[in-house]
Design a protein around this ligand. Structure first.
Ligand code: ATP
Ligand code: MG
Ligand code: MG
Ligand code: MG
Length: 471
């Protein structure tokens, strides 16, 4: 069945409506009343209020299509067929209503029934937790799958510390031997994975409480939380090699062809640039529409980093001027049926994106001038750009370290990697002690310092450092 991305989203919601689910609207990407997350990163993230009992939903059966941002996948984007930084998760949820058997039966019916997706059953594979005999029996007996298509994986257990947790079961689609990479090239595919078996749907059976003393007890009311990637389903339905070749992305790729004068599909390296740019402009457009803005910290820093990364990749396509802003209308156009707010705010989004791009481009110009003078001084002598020099380019002129390396390589120069890392480390230590000094002055106002520096941000600092290296 040939269906557009929009039709698939509608069909999913329609199916679960028919099964008495209530539709929960796609929530903004910026979490509301939740400091534990930088971005909404899954369907369940916006439904915590129901899962933890703060709010009793009108109907314990819920369906949604939730826009999500995941920065942990950034290095995969453009290089795997299936990862985005912004994507849509289709999900059905049960708050103490149905459990394992019904959630498995529903997922299977949606995927395989001729009235719905109509996927060929023989192409679906299942993973379960090794000790989840209930799940095994349901897939084996009720659904009737042969044993060799049910794979036991130790990692299939959802546990994020204290709170509800439980085993999960995932559904994979066999895309066929053409998708088998003989020797996954770690450089080219940082995931280093074989994408023949495409993960499409995750069913989480939350049945235990992870107690503060580390023990697990059964939950009085068991919940279901599922998530399926819309773009991945679209790639299967439309029988195209990657998510980017679906109608959810093609108009964007065409627009990039227009702007750059390069063709998508000519070579892998260029295609990666097409993919990264189209991915990142979606993320930034939606995030700005939902109230985030580029800046030097938190969410804003993620946006800044995504835009800069896209601009860097645009060099691969020979693009010189600001152009990302000119893709925003296409994002709005593709998505307006379900997400009208991108179109409504498109003038503002374009302005934000254009300013940020121009700012970065002038940073780059300045950096290149400095680089050239360093090059002139070492070219015929050591042939090495020292750690201090690379660090100064990066720290004082905002010139991405990766670019210094690329330029140096082109010019037959070496960069002292270790020296650069040493300088980074020193700077981190300086920042740390500066922060400590600040903290000790703030002890009397604990509430204030808690407010400005939420404790949940501890993991973020290291992400920030890594992210800077990436730029
Ligand atoms: P993968 O192993 O492919 O990275 P995941 O196991 O991290 O996926 P889940 O956390 O289980 O993903 O999310 C549920 C579903 O959401 C996935 O099965 C997939 O269909 C979709 N999904 C997850 N991450 C992404 C992403 N970065 N881009 C597009 N779709 C995604
Ligand atoms: Mg993942
Ligand atoms: Mg996975
Ligand atoms: Mg998964």
């Amino acid at each position: 069945k040939q269906m557009t991305g929009n039709e698939i989203r509608d069909l999913f919601i329609e199916f679960f409506k028919e099964k008495d689910h209530m539709v929960e609207p796609s929530a903004p990407l910026v979490p509301i009343d939740d400091d534990s997350l930088l971005w909404i990163n899954s369907g369940v993230a916006t439904l915590k209020k129901y899962f933890d009992g703060r709010i009793i939903p009108d109907n314990p059966r819920i369906v949604n299509a939730q826009k999500s941002i995941r920065t942990n996948d950034i290095e995969n984007v453009g290089f795997t067929a299936r990862h985005h930084t912004f994507f849509e998760m289709l999900g059905n949820f049960s708050i103490g209503d149905y459990f394992k058997k019904e959630s498995i039966t529903l997922a299977w019916e949606f995927l395989t029934s001729e009235n719905w997706m109509g996927f060929d059953e023989s192409l679906l594979y299942i993973t379960i937790h090794p000790e989840d005999t209930d799940a095994f029996n349901i897939w084996r007996e009720d659904i009737g799958l042969s044993e060799d298509r049910i794979i036991r994986i130790e990692g299939n257990f959802w546990d994020i510390g204290e709170g509800p947790c439980g085993p999960n079961s995932e559904i994979f689609y066999d895309r066929g031997p053409d998708y088998e990479y003989d020797a996954p090239d770690e450089e080219m595919y940082p995931g280093g994975e074989n994408e023949r078996y495409l993960e499409i749907w995750n069913l989480v059976f939350s049945e235990f409480n992870h107690n503060s003393d580390g023990t697990y007890t059964p939950l009085p009311k068991k919940n279901i939380d599922t998530g399926m990637g819309l773009e991945r389903i679209a790639s299967i339905v439309q029988n195209v090699p990657t998510n980017f070749d679906t109608d959810l992305f093609m108009p964007l790729l065409q627009k990039i062809e227009e702007v750059s004068g390069k063709n998508y599909g000519e070579n892998d390296q260029q295609d990666a640039a097409f993919k990264v740019i189209s991915d990142h402009v979606r993320t930034v457009s939606f995030a700005v529409a939902d109230g985030a803005l580029p800046s030097n910290e938190g969410r804003g820093y993620v946006l800044r980093r995504l835009l800069r990364r896209a601009v860097r990749f645009s060099k691969e396509l020979g693009v010189k001027d600001a152009f990302m802003f000119s893709l925003v209308d296409t994002v709005a156009d593709i998505m307006k049926g379900f997400y009208p707010n991108v179109e409504e705010k498109s003038d503002f989004i374009k302005e934000v994106v254009r300013k940020e791009e121009e700012r970065f481009l002038s940073t780059l110009d300045e950096g290149i001038r400095i680089y050239e003078s360093i090059k002139a001084s070492v070219k015929d002598t050591t042939g090495v750009i020292t750690g201090e020099e690379a660090f100064k380019l990066y720290d004082t002129y905002g010139f991405p370290y990766e670019l210094t390396k690329e330029y140096a390589e082109n010019d037959g120069l070496r960069v002292d990697d270790e020296g650069f890392r040493e300088e980074m480390k020193k700077q981190r230590e300086r920042a740390r002690s500066a922060r400590k000094a600040g903290e000790s002055m703030q002890v009397q106002s604990e509430t204030l310092s808690n407010f400005t520096e939420p404790s949940t941000f501890t993991g973020y600092e290291s992400m920030h450092e890594e992210a800077e290296l990436l730029l």
